[in-house]
Write a protein that binds this ligand. Structure first.
Ligand SMILES: [Zn+2]
Length: 276
């Protein structure tokens, strides 16, 4: 298995016209497709990524993320309340993705046609989308991340999926196969933003809001053990591994998003040690 754990650190000091050092943009994280970058700007700064506004916490903290097919260049621009604006051109490393074939899924879950199924899918997607729109001005993510479950990685981020022989959307998270009932833990601090007992594709589902548009999702669980609105800390149990929704066997699908951009969860944590 290939790991993409890379860390880049950038720091620079700019000087204003008067020669006073101004707080420049600080960035840390993975400038790669699927990567998350955290940063610090001057408090009160206005930020855009490729022209789109980026949420900034009162202390100047922010997050940006790059999707599966992110372009090679991105432009981050910060306008501090005082001093000159700063523009940073970022180079995003390209990745190659696998093709994954999964057979034996219930056909109803691969090609849904029943009106009641389609209505459920639409409702599920609306609830998930509502959580992903939130820009909570908190930096719960500051305390870092961990694997939510111990097990065997059975699906990686970005794979082109062929389900029952039919091309489907790329895999947007990491799958960890583990026995039913294995504890599932919060990857980081945050507020439980969604708990659902029966989503069409994802079964028992929990979402956590880590602040500034960063959310994590834990799906196909056997049981959930938290409530919406509850604050959880990194490592706290939120449920157990199961086989609910569109699955062939018990595993945890772990997803991470920056607003609507799916990120690679594996880039946020150190590789699992063999045997863990
Ligand atoms: Zn999955």
């Amino acid at each position: 298995m290939i790991h993409f754990l890379r860390a880049f650190l950038f720091a620079a000091v700019l000087f204003t016209a008067g020669g006073q050092p101004a707080r420049a943009l600080e960035l840390a994280g993975n400038l790669v497709q699927g990567g998350l970058v955290t940063g610090k700007a001057a408090p009160g700064a206005r930020l855009t990524l490729d022209g789109t506004p980026v949420a900034v916490a009162p202390d100047g903290s922010f997050i940006i993320g790059f999707g599966r097919n992110a372009k090679a260049k991105a432009v981050l621009r910060a306008e501090p309340p005082e001093g000159l604006p700063e523009t940073r051109e970022l180079t995003i490393e390209k990745r190659r993705y696998k093709i994954q074939r999964i057979d034996g899924l219930p056909e109803r879950k691969v090609t849904p046609t029943r009106p009641e199924d389609l209505a459920r899918i639409k409702m599920d997607q609306a609830r998930i989308a509502e959580v992903r729109r939130r820009a909570t001005l908190k930096t719960f993510f500051d305390t870092g991340f961990m694997w939510p479950v111990e097990g065997r990685v059975s699906g990686v981020f970005g794979s082109q999926r062929i389900l029952n022989g039919k091309p489907r959307a790329p895999h947007n998270g990491v799958d960890v196969a583990a026995p039913r009932g294995t504890p599932v833990k919060a990857m980081g601090d945050g507020v439980v933003a969604l708990v659902n007992q029966d989503m069409f594709f994802t079964g028992k589902t929990v979402m956590i809001d880590h602040g500034l548009g960063l959310t994590s999702v834990y799906i196909h669980m056997d049981a959930t053990t938290v409530n919406e609105g509850e604050f959880v800390t990194k490592g706290m149990q939120i449920g157990t591994v199961g086989a609910t929704g569109r699955v062939t066997g018990p595993h945890l699908h772990w997803g991470v998003s920056w607003f609507n951009t799916h990120l690679d969860p594996a880039l946020l944590v150190a590789p699992q040690k063999p045997g863990e």
